[in-house]
Design a protein around this ligand. Structure first.
Ligand code: FAD
Ligand code: NAG
Ligand code: NAG
Ligand code: NAG
Ligand code: NAG
Ligand code: NAG
Ligand code: NAG
Ligand code: NAG
Ligand code: NAG
Ligand code: NAG
Ligand code: NAG
Length: 629
């Protein structure tokens, strides 16, 4: 039982005062009580043992607005009362662009032209940054045609600011057979933070940060932080400075959540080759599980969960509320950019994620020199990884035939700028021999992209023929018109340390030297059939990548929800063990998101035709491949 009591808070405060521990986040002390349940029985906790004994009970579909089991208005109202008015039923903001009750040209203009330059989208309870999972409906566009429908957006949203809100939402969803989703920043590329007809737990406002310079537990002594599930990376960086300039592994994208989907699926950042993945930093995790209980998972308590949540996928085992992570002394980081092009048009096309300053781009003389330069740069990146560095790169097709641009940033922590320059000098010298002389990068716009991922292993770099075959596959994808996004890092088991080395992180990652993504940027308004054709076409190139990396994996967060054999690609040999934890901890299948553990037992039935759209009802599939949950 984890009911809120005065004794519990006092103990937590005492621990903090001794400087040996980190208290729970302030919002974690407010929990669901027997009195709340007494007033509204739909908030009853789940009974794992009883559920395990009742495996024959199977519902075919989750409730959906209009279905006979959808909660009544009175029940929604009562839920809102239990939540202290934190229940929202937001209208999609882009309704302002469509004829009807919510039409407002001024608002629409703001959404299309200004909102992307502000924090607006991140603070919206519905919006996710990748639009296609919505089912191509109610996009923020000027001169919109058709009607704005809710699409893949949830029906109701709990604006969670306490653990009690989360417990009530989970219990209500489980007891009422609702589809439940979790949304933090909405950065997920595969529609995992949205779902039609769902109740959403919005964790965005669970902001907290606490630094402990002398955290002591039986597995770790040293600097640590506890961060709340709503904290964004840029806020995290600010706190790191305020706390006396510490560094914690965090996402590179400033508005990505510093816990959420990032840590749950692994999570890389510029210190990953030095200290490991986001998941590798976790010492203790507070989480609300499918039965509605608030638990702490670490190396002593709820060990199965502690193992699974670190890398075993987002929105699968519970709602994480806060995490204690290792912190390190401040470290200087040198970033050395490089970019070169072939047949570069002026101006550069507008669809580049990180457009460099055109005046600083060197050009290669021939396509072969360009691609030889690409091979040199990527092969050289292992030297950066071996000193703890990270390389962040793109190869863009620019439109005209044989017109390409390569940009990268070599990000090297803990050595002087002089030493970093010296380390890279041989690469620049070799490039110069190819006639390529160097460049600079800055800020990403919101995009409607389908991502496809591969974690390329070190052995592909150690073998000349395999390396050549690998980059022939990369080149083919770019020549076919896709952006290539490569991030070189090396989160070995060794740098992961303990307890990072004993987690559900995709084993493929421990041997990775380059995370490659094929990025397919889609125009708003693309037809469902065209979207299907494009997904099928992209697969031709990722098939080439898979062919040269048998048994390797892919990164869920920057991969495709249509990844073939995703169980192996995203989880590797951990899949079976993760499925066992899922069945034990969530026998109801309360948590569901595409390509998460156990998700094969369910599918979204949509009539819009867009691959992996979330615009439909969630129902059981007839014959799940792995059994699922
Ligand atoms: C601009 C940009 C930059 C990026 N940079 C990086 C990077 O540097 N490194 C990197 O590794 N990845 C990066 N990513 C990918 C990023 O890791 C994923 O998009 C990730 O899913 C974001 O998690 P979120 O919690 O912020 O987003 P959301 O979309 O809100 O959530 C993502 C998933 O996590 C689940 N979830 C969210 N919060 C919780 C919670 N508290 N408990 C349980 N489940 C939860 C959601 O249900 C969903 O399934 C980037 C993405 C973008 C768009
Ligand atoms: C919940 O209650 C608050 C306060 O009465 C109200 O503003 C809000 O609209 C309610 N939410 C829903 C979904 O009705
Ligand atoms: C449209 O939105 C703007 C900005 O939010 C607001 O000032 C204006 O009153 C709205 N117009 C109408 C007709 O509702
Ligand atoms: C939009 O909604 C109206 C009113 O419900 C309906 O008559 C019309 O057919 C719809 N248009 C489209 C394109 O679906
Ligand atoms: C969510 O709750 C917080 C805290 O009460 C409040 O500041 C914020 O305005 C709410 N957001 C929405 C969209 O209602
Ligand atoms: C940190 O805590 C340990 C054990 O409680 C103690 O021995 C040590 O002196 C403390 N160090 C600092 C810097 O406070
Ligand atoms: C970072 O670099 C600056 C300038 O060279 C130097 O003064 C400072 O001591 C360095 N900090 C660390 C933590 O190495
Ligand atoms: C970017 O724009 C160019 C020129 O408009 C186009 O040819 C190219 O295919 C686009 N790239 C992607 C990945 O869509
Ligand atoms: C390379 O570019 C730099 C900066 O523009 C310039 O100073 C240098 O002379 C160039 N080197 C060669 C060999 O062209
Ligand atoms: C993890 O690291 C610890 C400490 O270095 C070591 O004792 C342990 O055997 C390692 N575990 C695994 C699974 O590699
Ligand atoms: C608390 C603290 O030491 N903050 C410092 C962190 O580093 C920045 C930049 O060097 C300083 O401006 C802060 O004073």
């Amino acid at each position: 039982m984890h009911f809120f009591t005065a004794a519990l808070t006092t103990a937590a405060l005492l621990d903090a005062a001794q400087g040996a521990n980190l208290a729970n986040a302030p919002f974690e002390s407010i929990q669901l009580t027997p009195s709340d349940i007494g007033k509204f029985s739909a908030l009853q906790f789940g009974d794992l043992k009883q559920q395990a004994a009742q495996q024959s009970f199977r519902t075919n579909c989750r409730a959906f607005p209009g279905s006979s089991d959808w909660p009544t208005d009175a029940e929604w109202k009562q839920l809102n009362v239990s939540l202290g008015s934190a229940l929202l039923r937001p209208i999609p903001v882009a309704a302002a662009c469509y004829q009807g009750d919510f039409y407002n040209a001024t608002t629409c203009q703001f959404l299309v032209q200004q909102a992307g330059r502000t924090h607006f989208w991140i603070d919206d309870p519905l919006t996710v940054l990748t639009q296609w999972p919505q089912g191509s409906t109610c996009m923020p566009v000027l001169d919109a045609v058709g009607n704005c429908t809710r699409g893949g957006f949830p029906e109701y949203v709990v604006n969670a600011t306490t653990v009690k809100h989360i417990q009530a939402a989970i219990n209500f969803a489980r007891n009422k057979n609702l589809r439940l989703i979790i949304k933090n920043t909405g950065h997920d590329f595969g529609g995992r933070s949205m779902g039609a007809g769902s109740l959403s737990i919005w964790v965005h406002n669970l902001k907290s940060f606490e630094f402990q310079p002398n955290y002591t537990s039986d597995i770790y002594n040293g600097m640590a932080v506890r961060i709340g599930a709503g904290l964004e990376s840029w806020e995290h960086f600010n706190h790191m400075g305020e706390s006396g300039n510490i560094s914690v592994v965090a996402p590179g994208g400033g508005t990505v959540g510093a816990v959420g989907g990032w840590l749950s699926a692994g999570g890389h950042g510029s210190l990953t080759s030095k200290y490991g993945l986001g998941a590798d930093q976790a010492l203790s995790i507070n989480i609300v599980t499918a039965d509605g209980r608030f638990l702490t998972a670490d190396t002593k308590k709820n060990k199965d969960l502690f193992w699974a949540v670190r890398g075993g996928g987002p929105s699968t085992f519970g709602v994480i509320t806060s995490v204690i992570m290792k912190a390190r002394p401040a470290i200087n980081i040198t970033s050395i950019p490089l970019s070169f092009a072939i047949n570069m048009p002026t101006p550069l096309p507008a669809n580049l994620t990180f457009p460099p300053n055109p005046n600083t781009i060197t050009t290669a003389a021939t396509p072969d020199a360009f691609w030889a330069g690409i091979n040199l740069a990527y092969r050289y990146s292992n030297k950066i990884l071996d000193v703890g560095g990270y390389c962040f790169s793109y190869i863009y097709p620019l439109g005209p035939a044989n017109s390409f641009l390569f940009t990268t940033s070599h990000i090297i922590p803990g050595i002087t700028a002089t030493a970093a320059t010296a380390l890279l000098q041989p690469l620049f010298t070799q490039l110069l021999a190819l006639g390529i002389n160097a460049t600079l990068p800055p800020i990403p716009p919101p995009i409607n992209t389908r991502y496809h991922s591969r974690l390329f292993p070190r052995q592909n770099w150690d073998d000349d023929a395999l390396f050549a075959a690998t980059f022939a596959g990369v080149r083919a994808g770019v020549e076919a018109g896709y952006n290539f996004h490569g991030i070189a890092y090396s989160p070995t088991k060794q740098v992961a340390g303990y307890p990072g080395n004993d987690s559900a992180v995709n084993p493929a990652w421990r041997n990775t030297v380059l995370h490659g993504s094929l990025m397919e940027i889609q125009a708003v308004g693309l037809s469902a059939q065209a979207a299907q054709e494009r997904v099928a076409n992209a697969k031709k190139y990722t098939d080439m990548w898979r062919a040269v990396t048998p048994g390797a994996g892919a990164y869920l967060n920057e991969g495709s929800p249509d990844e073939p054999g995703w169980q192996q690609s995203f989880y590797g040999s951990n899949y079976g063990r993760l499925l066992a934890v899922k069945r034990e901890r969530d026998p109801w299948g309360v948590f569901w998101a595409r390509t998460t553990v156990g998700s094969e037992a369910w599918e979204v039935r949509t009539s819009d035709g867009y691959p992996s759209s979330q615009n439909g009802r969630l129902c059981r599939v007839e014959r799940p491949v792995f059994g699922g949950v």
